[in-house]
Design a protein around this ligand. Structure first.
Ligand SMILES: *Cc1c(COP(=O)(O)O)cnc(C)c1O
Length: 342
């Protein structure tokens, strides 16, 4: 099976497995794990933040971030297609007791300064007040779009002018940096906190990072404990994470493979796939008279795994375990699959 469902499906390589086995460890709740400490220090440096926290998942990182930035009952502003509202089980309501005010950011993926000002709510006797703006880069649901620095900065500046902090869901922020040829540090320089995943394109088996100011991360550490994310000899899983930080440049290969995949799909009759910015390819299968689920089932029958995204859209994600040859083979198989069901 050529697995294009996600960039989370990769297997740790021999080097990562050895690093896990040989890691120096200690009780990380006591801050005694040297491997976790090193990972947090290097991760913070990589994004130019004062401090960082290793968390079990991107979802936990985002949820901690939101909770630490806000007071109960406030409003959170974000794109209506944001991962934090779409794919995190309503955690914002359940864990932070916030009301969400979404914005349709369209292809821009992040709000314009005007949209931030328009949707901002000033706290008074009747109104809860806006507590946080969250942005996403790359933007998953909108097709792995790499949002340019100017757009991130403009939205962040508008929020800051209103006294509203900004969190960046940067699950794939290094994909954005590579796609835009930007330094990751510069891409996040105007946000207050950033979460990024080690377990996606960077190839680690487990874990994400939440980075921000020292005071902010101190509070985040307590919230991680509250949510049950205080881990003990976590160096075992952090050691592959350290190696993952070396894999940023490699993401360019995934992007190239994604462009090849999209072009090949677009060439198949009835399919339409725009040129992707990063490693996420979204193909519309309506022109072939198929639903997303029918297309996915047909692909699985031919040995290609992918995921339904909308009624007639399907997501295919290139990743570390998928070579250029695999992409060619996947295209052949998908061609056969479409011919078989159409
Ligand atoms: C994957 C993802 C997350 C969550 O990460 P998990 O480790 O799967 O919990 C958050 N935001 C975005 C944009 C993602 O793509």
């Amino acid at each position: 099976m050529i697995d294009l469902r996600s960039d989370t499906v990769t297997m740790p390589n021999a080097e990562m497995r050895e690093a896990a086995r040989d890691a120096d460890v200690g009780d990380d709740v006591y801050r005694d794990d040297p491997t976790v400490n090193e990972l947090e220090r290097r991760a913070a440096d990589l994004v130019g933040m004062e401090s960082a926290l290793y968390v079990p998942s991107g979802t936990m990182g985002n949820q901690i971030a939101v909770r630490v930035h806000t007071d109960r009952g406030q409003e959170l502003l974000c794109d209506e297609q944001a991962h934090v509202v779409k794919w995190e089980l309503g955690g914002i309501a359940q864990l932070s007791q916030l009301q969400v005010r979404t914005i349709d950011c369209g292809e821009r993926c992040v709000p314009t300064p005007e949209q931030v000002r328009e949707r901002y709510v000033e706290e008074d006797l009747h109104r809860p007040g806006t507590g946080l703006l969250t942005l996403e880069n790359t933007h998953n649901s909108r097709g792995g779009v790499a949002v340019p620095k100017e757009h991130i900065d403009a939205a962040a500046e508008a929020a800051h002018d209103l006294g509203v902090p900004v969190h960046l869901d940067g699950a794939r922020v290094f994909n954005a940096a590579v796609a835009l040829d930007e330094d990751p540090e510069s891409l996040v320089e105007n946000v207050d906190s950033v979460m990024f995943c080690l377990s996606k394109g960077l190839g680690a088996p487990v874990g994400s990072i939440l980075a921000g100011s020292e005071a902010y991360i101190d509070r985040a550490r307590r919230t991680r404990k509250l949510l049950g994310g205080g881990m003990r000899q976590a160096g075992i899983i952090a050691a592959p994470g350290l190696l993952a930080l070396e894999n940023v440049d490699r993401l360019a290969d995934d992007h190239e493979n994604a462009r090849t995949l999209a072009a090949g799909l677009d060439d198949l009759s009835g399919l339409s796939a725009p040129v992707p910015d990063s490693n996420i390819v979204v193909v519309d299968v309506a022109g072939a008279g198929l639903t997303a689920n029918e297309f996915v089932d047909a692909c699985v029958d031919e040995g290609v795994a992918c995921g339904a995204f909308g009624e007639t859209t399907v997501r295919l994600c290139t990743n570390w375990d998928v070579t250029a040859e695999d992409v060619d083979e996947a295209l052949d198989r998908i061609g056969t699959a479409v011919d078989a069901v159409r």
